[in-house]
Ligand binder design. Structure first.
Ligand code: SF4
Ligand code: FES
Length: 219
């Protein structure tokens, strides 16, 4: 997982931007163009707006590339009360919530509220998306087979969401979560394996195709 983190500060807030996690979703640029402006240098100038507004826009960055620390005693980023996985057409899956990202030994390697996970298998920053799906011309819809989740539907939606990264294989989600596609959203607590090699014929779920595809995740 390469990291290139840049820091931008005002008296009230410190903003960090992880270049390798940014996939130019542009929530920041659209949300607060006076602060996030790619035509200016530096491209982030947090002093140009109230810290509350800067913080609010940062929480909309779907990849977690943007983070903040308040220097003025303002509130930290709240942990979302609901865990969401949102499928992006021909692209990654956005994870939002109380995310505990773990390795196969169960060690927590990252605690996040926002992340975009690669599902084409081509990212050089796995498990995170780096926009390689565009060059790879990855095709994946946002629909999914609801039968896989319906047996364990739940009204609960929050709490810790454990996300375990299996080397050369899927990632496995355990906890309460809602899986959002373009025309359906099912809340469940079903432990599920999600494809990240791009080869499953039952996307977004893993169907074991990673073995035949000889997927190498190289985290
Ligand atoms: S919202 Fe996040 S991913 Fe999108 S352009 Fe801004 S920093 Fe990059
Ligand atoms: S990770 Fe893609 S089929 Fe298992």
């Amino acid at each position: 997982m390469p990291e290139k983190i840049y820091t931008y500060e005002s008296d009230e807030i410190e903003v960090t931007w992880d270049k390798f996690k940014c996939i130019h979703a542009k929530e920041c640029v659209h949300g607060l163009p006076g602060v996030f402006n790619i035509d200016e240098k530096p491209w982030i100038q947090p002093g140009k707006s109230a810290a509350d507004k800067v913080a609010k826009v940062i929480t909309k960055c779907p990849t977690g590339a943007l983070q903040f620390k308040r220097k003025d005693g303002g509130e930290k980023e709240p942990i979302p009360r609901r865990n969401d996985l949102t499928l992006v057409e021909d692209g990654p899956v956005y994870l939002k919530g109380n995310l505990n990202i773990k390795n196969l030994d169960g060690e927590v390697i990252a605690e996040e509220t926002r992340a975009a996970f690669c599902r084409c298998g081509k990212s050089t920053n796995k498990p995170y998306c780096d926009n390689s799906h565009i060059k790879a011309e990855f095709k994946a819809g946002t629909e999914y087979n609801p039968e896989r989740l319906l047996l364990e539907e739940t009204d609960e939606s929050g709490g810790e969401l454990s996300v375990t990264i299996f080397p050369n294989a899927p990632f496995v989600v355990e906890g309460n979560y809602t899986l959002n596609g373009s025309d359906q959203a099912i809340s469940t607590q079903k432990k599920m394996s999600f494809c990240r090699c791009g080869a499953s014929s039952n996307k977004p779920f893993c169907d074991g195709s990673h073995k035949e595809a000889e997927f190498r995740s190289e985290e």
